[in-house]
Design a protein around this ligand. Sequence first.
Ligand SMILES: C[S@@+](CC[C@H](N)C(=O)[O-])C[C@H]1O[C@@H](n2cnc3c(N)ncnc32)[C@H](O)[C@@H]1O
Length: 301
Amino acid sequence: MEFIRSPFFYVGDKYKLMPQLIELFPKNIDVYYEPFCGGGSSFLNVNAKKYIVNDIDEYVIKLHLFFKEKSQNKDKFINDIYNIIYKYGLSCSVLGITVPEELKKQYVKTYYAKYNKKAYLNMREDFNKFQSNMYLLYLLLIYGFNHMIRFNSNGMFNLPVGNVDFNSNVLKAIDNYLNFLSSKTIEFENYDYKDFLINKKINSNDFIYFDPPYLISQSEYNKLWNEEKEKELYDILDCLNKEKVIFGITNLLNHKGKTNNILLEWSKKYKVYNIESNYISFNDNSIKVNSNEVYITNANY
Ligand SMILES: C[S@@+](CC[C@H](N)C(=O)[O-])C[C@H]1O[C@@H](n2cnc3c(N)ncnc32)[C@H](O)[C@@H]1O
């Protein structure tokens, strides 16, 4: 099976872990639920009859819905994206718009950021005027630092330019995602995960995968998370277990010297699988990132 990546290249995405996770997920899923779907790299790689996914971030969900709408006319969508890239004068290796050699020599490690900065800031300013143009938001995500969606306290998108380009990987990811969206039955929701789960009638052949913000790591969406929310999530999972709903959850038990003790205690009730995670450098043992990422499930197989 070929594993595919969401075109959002979303921070914290599970693309690299999916080959391991898919082995631990149920084999036959009627409805796949994902309450913390982020960029979608998880559900994209799951085979189910139907998908119902959610995220609290309204712009993430707006982007998914935008892609869903555009999946009906793939060629036009990609063409529209190219026109915006031309309009702002961004680099785009797929279109042959490359950074001049001089600039590459001068800024060996940051030449994309140098080249795209002005165009990116113009595009950001235009997006912030109405904040409704999803083409612009998508390109801000692609050309932005660490592929994040970040707004300041005044509600303005404020991510700086990243050292990245619209390359063949981005194009391939867009193509894969549009194909997925046009061939599957998928619903997107935009709630806190508790409100998402309430009133859902979840059956024994359904499955819920939880990929919440990790309590002991850092990212933009961790601002929304704390110990109280972590405990509440585990209480909810215990309730789901009582109702015989099958779930799986990933999280970090240890990371950079910290331990998630709430998780450690709670996990003793269920099956725990160690995951070889991105936090560990497989190739370079000198990079010592001491992490233990786990998958916990109440499934009996
Ligand atoms: C680790 S990321 C999910 C990544 C995703 N599995 C992927 O592969 O792209 C966690 C997500 O949880 C969302 N989130 C944070 N708090 C939430 C809440 N209370 N309810 C629903 N979603 C929430 C964040 O916006 C973020 O997108």
